[in-house]
Design a protein around this ligand. Sequence first.
Ligand SMILES: Nc1ncnc2c1ncn2[C@@H]1O[C@H](COP(=O)(O)OP(=O)(O)OP(=O)(O)O)[C@@H](O)[C@H]1O
Length: 246
Amino acid sequence: MVDDLHIVYRIYGAGTGRGNATAALARLLLRKGSPNVHTVHAVRGVTFTAYRGEAIGIIGSNGSGKSTLLKAIAGLLPADRGKVYTEGQPSLLGVNAALMNDLTGATNVLLGGLAMGMSQQEVRERYQGIVDFSGINEHGDFVSLPMRTYSSGMAARLRFSIAAAKNHDVLMIDEALATGDRAFQKRSEERIRELRREAGTVFLVSHNNTSIRDTCDRVLWIEQGELLMDGPTEEVVRAYEDAGGK
Ligand SMILES: Nc1ncnc2c1ncn2[C@@H]1O[C@H](COP(=O)(O)OP(=O)(O)OP(=O)(O)O)[C@@H](O)[C@H]1O
């Protein structure tokens, strides 16, 4: 449950336009002037309750606060006001989830599995399934190459495959589906349905309304940090499209 949540980013030392290197040095040395703190109020009073077995899409224009909301639910950002109550540990699977670029896909599967709390034995058992699910080896032995040689779509698919190998109480996905091809999207949708049957809650942030329609039964529409609409997928996505959102 998310109750009147506010998230404010504080950016220290943000330029105000009047600073230059000499002025900055003077401030540091002479302690003259106050440090600039720029704030961005990214989530403004969002309240909703998510239930087990739901798949909830989060839509809204660029910079509306979707990713910030997910990070806050995952406990990665402190609330300025309000509170997030969760049962179980939410797992955030973002396109930016921390995999190591210089390590091979194979090593990342092992480390990612361990980081999610699987035993070595479990990781070994599920390894092939994860690689097959991601489809990254369909055109060569990419899993033996460093992640930095992957396209952004391949990397996103591998991240999704690692995270989806485990059953989560709350699984949050940031755009991963939008970067996969149609075959991968179908596999992901099927896996998301399974996760929901296992009584988890899935959140999906996406700019792809088709993925949202195919996967979610409820949608939150966020604009300028505020919850504009919360309801059945078709109703909310149609209102969003009518307002010019794609
Ligand atoms: N680490 C950060 N530090 C400061 N401001 C941030 C940070 N991350 C996001 N913001 C700001 O917070 C606001 C919401 O950003 P957020 O990434 O949550 O939006 P979004 O809806 O996920 O956007 P997009 O659709 O482009 O991915 C924006 O104004 C953005 O500039």
